[in-house]
Design a protein around this ligand. Structure first.
Ligand code: ADP
Length: 543
């Protein structure tokens, strides 16, 4: 017997058409380099995106060609998200925080044909231009200054293109639409290629009520860069539902984000824990009578906040909740589109205490539909979901990569049956809540026992004087490794290691799990996606 359903390929073009037909009146706001706000409607967005696709076709873009972007979060970047695939191309978001050498290498590895770049980033382009030759460089005049003569002007191209005459490139649902490189913090960067199908399925799943819960009335502020796992896929969801978007542009300083939240209060904002930590510390410091910022900001009460990409400390969740903002933690990777698990209030937790709700919110959460998740121990076989047994998380699903761009499948990255090996060590409890204890390379093995750096960091960051804490392993003759805690204090605060140890003991850490040593440092180094960069700390404190 055959199914009677139509065989219609899943397609990003459908989402784009919806935005034009149904949400033409909704708004997209972008913060420009001079901090002014540019507003336009989804109706304009639809036409401009089709113009971009039409212009790319005129330039000779062929199916499967890569078009790189080197852009901040703003409306033109969103145009690339849909306009490049509409022309049959593959959008490749370059990470502007990488070194010029790395960017050049990645553009070469992806064999990018064209580049769309913000004019304010041209100085960066000039540093890697010799490493990869783009056939055309389209400069988006983000700052409003005239585009230098040697480049193509993005706006001029759009102005002369014909949005009405565009015919979408024909495609299969498994054809590629976008590409991101892994950060390379754990080896050479590798390309992950998303398809129409994987992107649509990921968007539908992530938008569900308990996860992003996208509603037509939402105002979404994506602080997560659009080059970091596609801003976790939110741009696709926002266009699918036509929700108002507020893009911060290049202004990611906490003062700037708080100003923007004041001007255009979001109902949903997303970012990594480090940015959210500085946001709440700046906000709380502004409440002091003596602060020059007293009364400058009010956080949007009731706002939902998606935070992930690194472990979210419970203290951060509590700090935001004090202001009526609930943090929803997610876990995922560039390889997984990225949303794999989200921590949300399950029905079974209806009568749970507030402390239990916080404890759960500080976990990575429950696997989302279409993602199969298992935890593999050192011996073959899956670990039981008992909340104690730890192992490597492995995942499988239609929006999880099965290989890397032009890299042979390696045993280190994929299990023999094809599941993705995430390199994250975790346990899962009976309710399916995943608790990450470390990345494999960050594990601390002391006297044959694992010590979770994530647990130690979370506990240390709950101390009122501590702004940031990152725990790494240092070699030890007797125990093989011991934990070293690198602590950043809040301005004007002081605390002794003994006091921090007392806090850890009170939080039920055993004596052997306490840090061997504390280093008080000025800041924890950040990776290109704003996470704690422990490799740099290991280099700084080799012993
Ligand atoms: P990178 O961190 O190397 O830049 P990704 O952005 O793809 O690359 O990050 C994926 C990794 O981030 C995961 O493998 C995991 O180690 C970490 N991560 C993501 N979300 C969480 C979370 N909620 N808790 C702990 N770790 C997380």
């Amino acid at each position: 017997m055959k199914s009677t359903m139509m065989d219609v390929p899943l397609s990003l073009n459908h989402l784009l058409d919806r935005a034009g037909q149904l949400f033409a009146g909704n708004e997209i706001v972008s913060r420009l380099p001079d901090k002014s706000l540019r507003r336009h409607s989804f109706g304009e967005y639809y036409r401009r995106t089709r113009s971009l696709a039409s212009a790319l076709k005129q330039l000779g873009l062929k199916k499967g060609d890569r078009v790189a972007t080197l852009c901040w979060n703003h409306h033109a970047h969103l145009e690339c998200y849909f306009g490049i695939p509409a022309a049959g191309g593959v959008m490749h978001t370059l990470n502007l925080r990488l070194s010029p050498d790395e960017i050049g290498w990645i553009a070469g590895d992806a064999d990018d044909r064209f580049l769309v770049i913000d004019d304010v980033l041209l100085p960066l382009y000039r540093q890697f231009a010799h490493l990869h030759r783009f056939e055309k460089v389209l400069v988006f005049p983000f700052s409003g200054a005239p585009v230098p003569g040697e480049f193509s002007d993005y706006e001029a191209l759009l102005a002369q293109a014909d949005p009405d005459g565009l015919v979408y490139a024909s495609h299969d649902e498994n054809d590629p639409v976008a590409m991101c490189y892994t950060s390379g913090t754990t080896g050479r960067p590798k390309g992950v290629v998303y398809s129409h199908r994987s992107t649509i399925l990921h968007t539908l799943v992530a938008s569900l009520g308990d996860f992003w819960g996208l509603r037509g009335t939402d105002v979404v502020m994506p602080v997560t860069p659009m080059f970091h796992a596609n801003s976790w896929g939110m741009p696709y969801g926002a266009v699918m539902m036509g929700v108002k978007l507020v893009f911060p542009g290049p202004h990611l300083h906490p003062d700037d984000l708080l100003d923007l939240m004041q001007q255009e209060p979001p109902t949903l904002a997303l970012g990594v824990p480090t940015i959210w930590m500085s946001l709440i510390q700046t906000y709380d410091a502004a409440q002091a009578e003596s602060s020059p910022n007293k009364g400058r900001w009010t956080l949007p009460r009731g706002m939902k906040s998606l935070v992930g990409g690194a472990a979210v400390p419970e203290s951060l969740i509590r700090a935001f909740d004090r202001h009526g903002i609930w943090i929803l933690q997610g876990w995922g990777m560039t390889e997984t589109s990225p949303v794999c698990t989200i921590s949300y209030p399950r029905a079974e937790l209806r009568n749970a205490s507030q402390d239990e709700r916080y404890r759960r919110a500080a976990m990575a959460g429950v696997p989302v539909p279409l993602v199969d998740l298992r935890v593999r121990g050192e011996e073959a076989g899956d670990q039981p979901w008992d909340g104690k047994s730890v192992g490597e998380i492995q995942v499988r699903g239609p929006f999880i990569t099965g290989s890397y761009h032009e890299v042979p499948v390696e045993a280190e990255k994929f299990a023999p049956d094809g599941w993705l090996r995430t390199g994250d060590v975790a346990s899962v409890d009976a309710l399916g809540f995943v608790k990450i204890s470390d990345r494999t390379k960050d594990l601390i093995k002391s006297g044959g026992e694992w010590i979770s750096s994530v647990d130690l960091e979370n506990a240390l960051m709950s101390h009122p004087a501590v702004a940031e804490a990152a725990v790494i392993a240092i070699p030890d003759e007797k125990w093989s490794e011991r934990p070293l805690a690198c602590v950043v204090l809040k301005p004007g605060q002081a605390v002794q290691p003994a006091e921090l140890n007392a806090l850890l003991l009170q939080r039920s850490f055993a004596r052997w799990q306490l840090p061997e040593r504390y280093e008080f440092i000025e800041a924890v180094p950040r990776t290109s996606t704003g996470k704690f960069w422990k490799m740099k700390l290991r280099e700084r404190f080799p012993v």
